[in-house]
Design a protein around this ligand. Structure first.
Ligand SMILES: Cc1cc2nc3c(=O)[nH]c(=O)nc-3n(C[C@H](O)[C@H](O)[C@H](O)COP(=O)(O)OP(=O)(O)OC[C@H]3O[C@@H](n4cnc5c(N)ncnc54)[C@H](O)[C@@H]3O)c2cc1C
Length: 301
């Protein structure tokens, strides 16, 4: 563990951390070390040194879209959701650092009578995580009002205009360049009536409470929606709603959610994913693609 001690100057380090505590689905093995940088400057210093040292590391936001394997991860996780928390409003522009919670951002924007983040009021991730995979809901997504993103790549921070980023349904260029780190973003919102924004968010929150198993640990939707059918209807059609393996189960309430009902292993969840993929392929010829991110799986990373 001594190899990490030198990075203490950049943030708090925890050793031999269980990832169960840091993923919303509450599974995962241990990681050798996790660092919580103090602020943006500390993070930049840390990244420079990590690159120079050629040390194995991974950047995480809030861990709400990650399935970490049960195996130990012999590397460093850099957690951004305790630093990079600044949000600045200037007219209809919003300057947001990557560690800011999407839900908090949606409510802050509403408070400033700015529309554009209503879709995000129930998505439990960070702005960085959302920009990484193009988080969205209700036919809206995080890129709609984006102007530009500050990215750390090639050993320096540089602005990327929205037009330079490839964006598709639950996919962006960042997923092809996993060593690029999102630091900050600028959004252009529309002025709107504060009460109307709040009403939209309240209505959507109610719909989520009614349709999603929010009382149990999960990582949100497991599969992306295929073009021809929704993922949940594929899972229903092959009889997997409520199907359980070990401590993991396709939710009775929303069959595209896998919930951790009783001390699930990551392997239980992977087994459910593979079972659904095989059955849906056999029944409909549809290859279900996971929406969740696999971490520390030799065959998935
Ligand atoms: C109950 C529930 C409901 C959900 N509903 C939705 C929904 O409606 N729509 C939706 O799209 N998603 C949904 N999700 C999934 C999840 O919240 C989003 O994908 C979210 O954007 C992930 O953000 P995060 O900070 O948790 O990312 P993490 O889970 O920490 O990381 C996910 C990936 O992003 C990368 N990453 C994170 N931050 C950065 C960064 N700063 N720079 C570069 N890479 C980074 C990580 O390396 C990792 O590969 C839901 C999840 C849950 C648990």
């Amino acid at each position: 563990m001594d190899q990490y001690a030198k990075y203490q100057t950049y943030g708090e380090i925890k050793y031999h951390v269980s990832l169960k505590k840091y993923t919303s689905i509450r599974v995962g093995g241990t990681v050798d070390a996790m660092i919580f940088p103090h602020d943006l400057n500390a993070l930049l210093g840390l990244l420079k040194e990590l690159h120079e040292d050629v040390l194995e590391f991974k950047v995480w936001g809030m861990g709400s879209n990650i399935l970490a394997s049960d195996e130990p991860y012999h590397g460093l996780i850099v957690k951004l959701d305790r630093c990079l928390k600044s949000v600045v409003f200037q007219a209809n522009k919003v300057y947001v650092q990557a560690g800011v919670s999407l839900i908090a951002l949606a409510y802050l924007a509403a408070d400033h009578a700015l529309s554009g983040f209503e879709f995000a009021s129930g998505i439990p991730g960070s702005v960085g995580g959302a920009l990484f995979m193009n988080a969205g809901a209700y036919k809206h997504d995080i890129y709609e009002c984006l102007e530009k993103v500050l990215v750390y790549r090639n050993s320096r921070a540089e602005w990327l205009d929205k037009s330079e980023i490839e964006v598709k349904y639950r996919h962006t260029s960042f997923m092809n360049h996993r060593n690029w780190i999102i630091l900050e973003a600028v959004f252009n919102c529309n002025e709107a009536d504060k009460q109307r924004i709040m009403n939209t968010m309240d209505g959507r929150r109610q719909r989520r409470i009614e349709s999603q198993p929010l009382d149990l640990p999960s990582a949100g939707s497991v599969f992306r929606n295929p073009e021809t059918m929704s993922a949940w209807s594929c899972i229903d059609a092959v009889g997997l709603r409520g199907h359980r393996i070990g401590g993991a189960m396709f939710s009775e309430k929303h069959s595209n959610f896998i919930v951790n009902v009783d001390e699930a292993k990551a392997q239980d969840i992977l087994n459910l994913i593979q079972l659904a993929q095989a059955k849906v392929d056999e029944e409909f010829g549809i290859k279900l693609k996971p929406e969740i991110e696999f971490f520390n799986w030799s065959s998935y990373d």
